[in-house]
Every structure is written in C-alpha cells, then in structure tokens.
Design a protein around this ligand. Structure first.
Ligand SMILES: Cc1cc2nc3c(=O)[nH]c(=O)nc-3n(C[C@H](O)[C@H](O)[C@H](O)COP(=O)(O)OP(=O)(O)OC[C@H]3O[C@@H](n4cnc5c(N)ncnc54)[C@H](O)[C@@H]3O)c2cc1C
Length: 297
C-alpha cells in the first residue's frame, strides 16, 4: 500500500511529539512529514492518557489539524477516544486501508473478529482514526521536516509510574516480520524451548494463545487475538493452536499462515496457507534443524 499522499487527501502530513526525545526530529521528513511540532513538559515524559489527550486536543486546536492519525497500539487505544470526545470528532479505530476521499472520508476496518469489512464514512469536521500496526510499509525517501516548539499549557499528571519492567532482547511482536506462536497443544511452559529454538532460527518474535497467557505459561504481552495484540506479520506459524475465532481475529491479516496441529479437523487449517497435520513435538525440532542447515549452507 502507498502512504497517504497529499495528492489523495489534499492535505500535508505533520507530526506531533510529546515530551523529550533525543532523536533528530527533522529526520522525520524522510518519511513524508513536512512539519513536526513538539510539546515539552515533564508531565509528558511518562504516559498519562488524560494528560496526553488534553495536550493533543490543545495542539490540534492551535495548529488547525483536521485529521488526527494514531497508531492502534496500547497508547493509541487509550488516548484516541479521549481526544475524539474532547474535540467532538468522529472516530474509527483499527483502520486497515487508506481513506477514500472521493466521496466524503471513508475508512476501512475489519469487523466481527475479522469475518467482514466495514467502510465507514466520518462526516465530522475533525476526524480521528487509529491505524492497525503493519497495515502500511514504512517508505523512506528524501526530506527534512521543519521542527516547531508548541507552547501550550500542559496539565500536571494524576498518574505516577512507580516501576518499569522492560522486555529486553526480543523481537517486538507488533513489528516482527515472522511470528512463531504456541497454544495449549504445547502442553506446558517447560516445552516452550522447541518453539523458542524455531523462532530463534527464523529471527522471529514469539506469541501465544490466550489460555496459554492466562495459565501463566507465557507473559501476557505475547497473547494475540481479539482480546490481545493484533498483528499482521509476513509469516505466522501456529503450533498446537486450535484456531478459535477469537484467536484468528488477532492474526488473520498475516500474509502467510502456517499451521501445525495433530487434529486434521482443527479450524485453523481453514485459515491456513500451509498446514501440517502432526505432532508439534516431532515436527518442530526437525523443522528447526532444517532451517539451521539452510541458513548455514
Ligand atoms: C470473549 C473471548 C475472547 C477471547 N480472546 C482470545 C484471544 O484474544 N486470543 C486467543 O487465543 N483466544 C481467545 N479466546 C479463547 C478462544 O476461544 C480459545 O479458547 C483459545 O484460543 C484456544 O487456545 P488454544 O488453541 O491454545 O487451545 P485449545 O483450544 O485447547 O487447542 C489446542 C490445540 O492443540 C492441538 N494439539 C494438542 N496436542 C498437540 C500436539 N502434540 N501437536 C500438535 N497439535 C496439538 C489440538 O488439536 C488443539 O487444536 C477468547 C475467548 C472468549 C470467549
């Protein structure tokens, strides 16, 4: 998919940064931004959805923006609806395609756990959308963005972060090209080594079904599905996952799905591009070995 271009919407893309960052903001011009606005305040250096929302509202009013685009990640999910409410703007979340501006402002999203698509027209003056991660490829080119500081009042936060537990050394799930995911078919957390070895051989991120996270076999940040993270990698490999509709809702935008399950009737096979009927404990180590051989050859 192409990035939103001024040719299609008649608008220029501008960015808003909240809080202190060390990166060179002018560099964002490479990704199509003409201007970048920054609001500096101690209260913005940690996420407080209410403070973020109020600051974004003020910035939108000051700059006169008409379409506010969020990422449909945890922050976007928390902040975008508050901004829309504050600005009395129409909002569509989890958008997956470019807006069609030929008749109004129509955006596409998947509904009913990925069973159908809805095209929704936003008719309010200001429009808020949140884009599903990985819906677009990042395209970089030439360009330098103009950086402006916005002097707007920022409220003191009511939330205090008392500790941060950072996940280190893993490929972030929402950005991964390849994801290897495990379900209850792996029988217990002690068996995750075979999944991790496969993931390692493919430089892939690891994910899991909800019952796996609920049973504390894996951390909750790996849970994908309707109530977990929604991902769209190039390759999703499902090991011992039945393929319930709530699971598929989080992964059915993957470009290629490979399913390994010992039950030939498992519903996941209907959504799969490639399927292997068999025991994960036999197949996965062999697969990992073959991938390692290929990589080393
Ligand atoms: C409101 C709601 C929201 C939900 N949200 C989510 C969500 O976000 N994400 C999610 O994942 N689920 C979600 N669920 C739960 C969902 O309905 C399923 O119960 C869940 O996805 C099943 O997980 P599973 O496939 O790991 O386990 P199971 O359904 O138990 O399936 C295990 C699979 O492993 C296979 N298997 C067993 N042994 C082997 C072996 N040795 N080799 C190969 N295959 C084997 C079996 O054939 C089976 O297909 C939600 C449910 C509800 C009601």
């Amino acid at each position: 998919m192409e990035p939103i271009s001024p040719k299609q919407t008649g608008m220029a893309a501008e960015g808003l940064l909240l809080g202190t960052v060390t990166d060179d903001l002018a560099d964002l011009g490479k990704y199509g931004l003409k201007k970048v606005y920054q609001v500096l305040s101690e209260s913005l250096n940690q996420l407080d959805a209410q403070v973020y929302a109020k600051t974004i509202e003020q910035a939108v009013i000051t700059v006169g923006s008409k379409v506010i685009v969020f990422s449909h990640n945890q922050t976007g999910k928390a902040v975008a609806p508050m901004v829309a409410a504050g600005l009395k703007a129409g909002i569509v979340t989890g958008v997956i395609a470019l807006p069609d501006t030929t008749k109004g402002f129509v955006v596409k999203k998947s509904v009913f756990s990925g069973k159908a698509f809805a095209n929704v027209n936003i008719s309010s003056d200001i429009k808020v959308i949140s884009l599903n991660p990985n819906s677009y490829k990042v395209i970089s080119g030439e360009g330098i963005a103009e950086v402006n500081q916005l002097n707007i009042p920022v409220e003191a936060g009511k939330v205090k972060v008392t500790g941060v537990n950072k996940v280190r050394g893993e490929v972030p799930l929402t950005e991964a090209e390849i994801v290897v995911s495990g379900g209850r078919g792996l029988k217990g957390p002690e068996n995750w080594r075979i999944l991790e070895e496969l993931a390692h051989s493919l430089h892939a991120a690891t994910a899991c079904s909800r019952p796996v996270a609920d049973s504390a076999w894996r951390p909750h940040h790996e849970h994908v599905g309707q109530t977990g993270i929604q991902i769209a990698p190039n390759l999703y490999i499902a090991l011992g996952i039945s393929g319930a509709i709530q699971h598929l809702a989080g992964v059915n935008r993957s470009k290629t799905i490979v399913v390994i399950n010992k039950d030939p009737e498992a519903p996941f096979f209907k959504a799969a591009d490639y399927g292997i009927v068999g025991d994960v404990f036999e197949i996965v180590p062999k697969l990992t070995e073959e991938i390692r051989k290929l990589r080393n050859s």
